[in-house]
Ligand binder design. Sequence first.
Ligand SMILES: *Cc1c(COP(=O)(O)O)cnc(C)c1O
Length: 392
Amino acid sequence: MKKYHDNTQCIHGPEHFEDPHGALTAPLYQTSTFAFKDAAQGAARFAGEEAGYIYTRLGNPTTRELEQKLAQLEEMEDAAATATGMGAVSASVLSFLQQGDHLIASSALYGCSFALFAHMLPKFGIEVTFVDMTNETELKAALKPNSKMIFAETPINPNMTVLDLKMLGDFAKQHQLISVIDNTFMTPLLQKPKHFGIDIVIHSATKYLNGHGDVVAGIVCGTKEHIELIKLTVLKDIGATISPHDAWLINRGLKTLAVRMARHCESAQKVAEYLEKHPKVSKVYYPGLASHPGYKFLGEQMKGAGGVIAFEIVGSLQDGEAFINATELCTLAVSLGDPETLIQHPASMTHSPYTPEERQAAGISDGLIRISVGLEDVEDIIADLENAFRGF
Ligand SMILES: *Cc1c(COP(=O)(O)O)cnc(C)c1O
């Protein structure tokens, strides 16, 4: 199915696109519905006897282009695009789990994934156990007769703990669990969970895949059978469907994914090395640093360390606040994967859905700062940080 190497594939898309006018870029099908030739055709489409589109919540050609491209990049059979990354997270759990099932989830997760699992799933009778997935013993101990799925992300937001995908994939296979990995921080260019036996790979396409900070969207990749189930259950009936316009923007963003990721990794490495030497920084979390436990996964599991760094400032919570207020170029905003460098404080922002105890268990201290290194000249990013450090 995959014809070219990744960088070429990002640009050239799933299929040869034939436009009557010879357009270079596939057009945007900004339409809610699709007209049928006659009653028989409408009936055949609904019965699934004839391929073709019916209504955009069920499918759209622009959305389909995005889905096929992502499935190819992840080397999985198919994909379903969603309205947001959380739409992808919720679709992946709600399609496969039902009352009485047990989910084993990583104790450190994107804040809203954690909130969904900790506070919402139990309302529907789904049991959830949170475990430190770096610890195989703890993972095994969480197993119950009704365990159905494991869910994790790697590297883990925000302190970039790297999980062993092979260990997780093998564990899931051995116990017949569906394995789900949120691959947002790596993109398929830096990490392909499928290579380690993972069943479902999801993304917040809001981040690197789109890469321009102007869309919220998500995507789920899996087998044809899994994706069909997701589309026919959660997407069709709950409705977290992506807008075709957003899908079109992501198709455009994907064309530069390879060059953007290379630059994000290169600059983040320089910023991490700068921070590690800084006297006002007590700890830097970045898998590209030999001091980080995730460093050993570079190569085999991850082709690069990505663009996100977390670090601890020497001083109080107030010093941390003063630091982020003092940056000028680095924008105080949540999200990541944009051209702009973004800086934020997980304890009061992205991870505020956690209670203080839950944050402690997930290793998120009050002094932790997260930076998503953008595409600016790295000298300017470092100069901005240096200037902010001078203020306290
Ligand atoms: C942002 C993010 C999400 C949620 O995505 P949205 O597009 O904001 O809904 C899920 N997982 C990770 C790792 C994220 O960074």
